[in-house]
Every structure is written in structure tokens, then in C-alpha cells.
Write a protein that binds this ligand. Structure first.
Ligand SMILES: Cc1cc2nc3c(=O)[nH]c(=O)nc-3n(C[C@H](O)[C@H](O)[C@H](O)COP(=O)(O)O)c2cc1C
Length: 442
């Protein structure tokens, strides 16, 4: 009885096994093969998207700053891999000495750039100078919520490394490098930022990546066209175009904490403070819908330009007036000068509120937000929106370091620990003003 039952059981098991081997397993194998093939295809097609070497940009730094402007209308002409490579290297590339093309704000480097192309979303890997596949699909229109372009660059930062304000400040430097290099090679861009939900969100970011802004990139519909109309009544030495190229500056910019002398020439002071926030000598005649004709050296959310810039030298503290009024009146010449607000060497007091080495710097530029100027027609004054202004302050500080490099100088970006003391020194109400960075330089 047991024997008969055993044989019957064995026969059933054998039958099921044979059926499985003959029918089901080839199907599974085929499926696996299909999956493997797809994975293989994905990795070979997407993950090894090596960029060609970046091109050198020969245009002098000052010329790229003079030409900085926002572009919002693009042709459908694709951006070549060569151009994309140059832009990404400038934005956040790795230099031969292992440093990145943007400075450290509070010793951190947290930027992550998402590159949205027609086929897929990638992230830029500065170590390999390559695009790393992130997600298949065309997200450019979803993310390019304002301005349609062949490439959309999602500026994000890693929240494990930096907070919202410092992450945004560093992206201010990334953004400047994108503006300068894009303009120099005939492409256009604009920083756009959406609040409270970052425009890049539909892409679906990892938990520790936070979106700050999106920069469309493409060929401008309206060609760049500038007329050189310097500010006729500037009381500061004229800005001169050097022979130091943008690429050289990006490759050699340094961050230092000591200086050989405590003197600064008026010409150096004029160039450094101009680069932080001044007006261009060029008038924009591109015919774009842009109402601004004389652009500043940095962009500003809503065109508010709410910052006040101070210079500190051993002779005293001055306020920078880049124009009599802070709106561009159809590109008219403007009066730029330094207005003394305190006499005597205050550098030790400034250092006590920030870093010791600031007391040794021949010049410190202090970037201060005038909060009341962030309200105008749309209120952007809230504490939780302060990152918007950190972007601009970061861009301004970065410009100073670039300009210093082109003049054979070097500086640093210093976080302010005691904002109240800085306000007191600058004779400002600490409820209404927010000092963001000190840039010691010399
Ligand atoms: C943080 C930030 C956010 C901005 N957001 C937008 C935006 O959402 N859309 C836009 O078209 N421009 C935006 N801009 C660009 C400004 O409108 C522009 O810089 C300003 O109008 C001055 O023009 P210009 O850059 O051509 O000199 C932004 C600029 C900054 C700094």
C-alpha cells in the first residue's frame, strides 16, 4: 500500500518537474534575459555619457562680467556636447589641482547639477567630467516652468553637507559661472527660482538633494548686441578689461587667509567693488523683451537689487553707490562713488565679529541685505525665503574672488558670526539689515 502511494507521488513530482523544465523555465529565462539586456543597454547607453573636454574660454573676465545678462527666449537649435561640456566644467568642474571652479562657503561644497536633456535626466559628475544617468524621460518642459530651452539645468544642493542658505550661496557661484561661460560662447541662460516648491521637484530627487533653481540653456533668439557706454561720471577709477581669460581665472582662483601687505590701490578697490554689484559699462541692445538696458554684475530676484555693499580699509568704512538710484533708467549714465561712513581702522572690530584673519586684509567687502528692499511688489522678506538672497550674496562674493584673481590678488568668503556687531559698525538697524558675507581681499 505504502509502495503504491510512494510510486504515485514520485510520478506526480516527476511530471510537475518535467512540465516546469519544459515550459515555465524557458519563459523565466527569456524574461531574465530580457531584463538583463535592458539593464545592460541602460548602463552602456546612459551611464557612460562621457563629455568631450571643455573648451578654453579666451574672453577676458571683465568682458564676461560686463556681458552678463539674463536670456529667456531660445531657438530650437540643440546645445552641442562640446558646449555643454564647457558650461558644466565652468559651473562646477574639477580643476587639475583637485579644487572645484567655485569657492568654499563655510568649508563646504554641496552643489549638485541635474542636466535635463531630451532623452533623460542626468547628474553632472565633476570627478569624471561625465553625465551620470538618473532617470529616463524628457522632463524639460515640466521643469522649464517658465522658459522653454533645449537643456534645463537643475541647481540643487546636498542637504547632508550644507543648509539652505549656504547651499544657495554656493549655487550663486555656480550660476555666475554658467552665466559668464554661456554668454562667452554665444549661449544664453537665466536663473529661475520657484518658491515654496522647487521647479525641479517633478524629476523626483533623492531625499538629501534639494532643488534651488533651474537655468534653461540654449541659443538666444536675439543675438547679443552691446554698445560700450561707460559711466561718464564715475568718481572711481575706470574699469579696465584685463588680458586674463575667464578659463584662467576659474583655474587659478584661490582662497587665502594671509596677505603680504595691508595696502590696496584705488584701481584695485574700484574693480573689486564694481565686480560685487556694480553696473556694466555696456548697454544691452539685443532687442529682447528684457526691460533692463544696463545690467548689474549679478542677477537679482524680481530685479530688486536689495543689497548694500560696504568697503573696509585701514582708513575707514565706505558705502558703495553704484548709481544714484537703484533702477536702470533706460541705460542712462550713472554716478558711482564711495561714501565714507566711518573713519579710522575698524578691521579688528570686523574681525571680532567674523574671523581673526579679516583684520589683516587690506580690503574687506561686506555684503548686506536691506530687508525692506525685498518687499516692493511681492514680499520676499520672510526668514524662510532668505536663501533667495543668499544666492545673490554668494554670486556677489564669488565675483569679487574672480576679479581679485584677474588682478593678481586673492581673498576669501567669510561667514558673519556676530551680525549685530557688524550692523552697529555700519550704523544699521539690525532688525532691518542682514549682513551675509565678508570678502577679505588683497
Ligand atoms: C534668486 C533669483 C531668482 C530669479 N528668478 C527668476 C525667475 O523665476 N524668472 C525669471 O525670468 N528671472 C528670474 N531671475 C532673474 C532676474 O529677474 C534678473 O536677474 C533681473 O531681472 C535682472 O536682469 P538681468 O539678469 O538680465 O540683468 C531670478 C534671479 C535671481 C537671482
Amino acid at each position: 500500500m505504502i509502495g503504491k502511494y510512494f510510486i504515485k507521488k514520485m510520478l506526480t513530482i516527476s511530471f510537475v518537474s518535467v512540465f516546469f523544465i519544459v515550459t515555465i523555465s524557458p519563459i523565466i529565462a527569456m524574461n531574465n534575459q530580457y531584463l538583463e539586456t535592458n539593464e545592460y543597454n541602460n548602463s552602456s547607453y546612459y551611464q557612460n555619457y562621457e563629455l568631450p573636454p571643455p573648451q578654453d574660454i579666451d574672453m577676458p573676465l571683465e568682458e564676461t562680467i560686463m556681458r552678463r545678462m539674463s536670456v529667456r527666449e531660445f531657438t530650437e537649435e540643440p546645445v552641442s556636447d562640446e558646449d555643454l561640456s564647457t558650461i558644466l566644467w565652468s559651473a562646477f568642474g574639477m580643476r587639475d589641482d583637485g579644487e572645484l571652479t567655485v569657492p568654499k562657503y563655510e568649508n563646504a561644497q554641496a552643489s549638485v547639477i541635474y542636466v535635463l536633456k531630451e532623452d533623460a535626466v542626468y547628474t553632472y559628475d565633476p570627478n569624471e567630467h561625465a553625465l551620470v544617468f538618473y532617470k529616463e524621460g524628457d522632463y524639460r518642459d515640466i521643469v522649464g516652468w517658465q522658459h522653454k530651452a533645449p537643456i534645463q539645468l537643475g541647481l540643487c544642493w546636498n542637504t547632508d553637507i550644507a543648509d539652505h542658505n549656504i547651499g544657495s550661496a554656493e549655487l550663486g557661484a555656480v550660476g555666475q559661472n554658467i552665466y559668464f561661460s554661456a554668454n562667452a560662447i554665444g549661449l544664453g541662460t537665466v536663473i529661475t527660482a520657484q518658491t515654496p516648491n522647487p521647479a525641479i521637484e517633478p524629476v523626483g530627487l533623492p531625499e538629501n538633494h534639494q532643488g534651488m533653481g533651474v537655468m534653461p540653456l540654449g541659443h538666444p533668439i536675439h543675438d547679443y548686441n552691446f554698445a560700450n557706454k561707460p559711466m561718464l561720471i564715475s568718481l572711481l577709477p575706470r574699469i579696465k578689461i584685463s588680458d586674463v581669460s575667464l578659463t584662467t581665472v576659474l583655474k587659478t582662483r584661490d582662497q587665502v587667509t594671509t596677505w603680504e601687505t595691508d595696502k590696496i590701490t584705488r584701481a584695485d578697490l574700484s574693480h573689486l567693488i564694481w565686480s560685487s554689484y556694480g553696473y556694466s559699462y555696456y548697454l544691452d541692445q539685443s532687442g529682447s523683451a528684457n526691460v533692463v538696458k544696463r545690467h548689474h554684475t549679478v542677477p537679482s530676484a524680481h530685479g530688486y537689487y536689495p543689497f548694500i555693499i560696504y568697503s573696509v580699509t585701514k582708513t575707514g568704512i565706505s558705502k558703495y553707490n553704484y548709481g544714484l538710484i537703484n533702477v536702470d533708467l533706460r541705460g542712462l549714465p550713472i554716478l558711482s562713488y564711495l561714501l565714507p561712513i566711518a573713519f579710522g581702522d575698524k578691521r579688528i572690530d570686523i574681525a571680532q565679529a567674523s574671523e581673526d584673519f579679516v583684520s589683516e586684509a587690506p580690503l574687506s567687502i561686506i555684503i548686506v541685505l536691506d530687508i525692506e528692499n525685498t518687499i516692493k511688489w511681492d514680499d520676499l522678506s520672510a526668514e524662510n525665503q532668505r536663501w533667495i538672497w543668499y544666492y545673490e550674496a554668494g554670486a556677489s562674493a564669488h565675483n569679487v574672488l574672480l576679479q581679485a584673481t584677474s588682478r593678481g590678488l586673492a581673498g576669501n568668503i567669510v561667514h558673519i558670526q556676530d551680525k549685530n556687531s557688524i550692523c552697529e559698525l555700519l550704523k544699521l538697524d539690525n532688525e532691518k539689515f542682514d549682513p551675509m558675507f565678508i570678502v577679505p581681499v588683497g
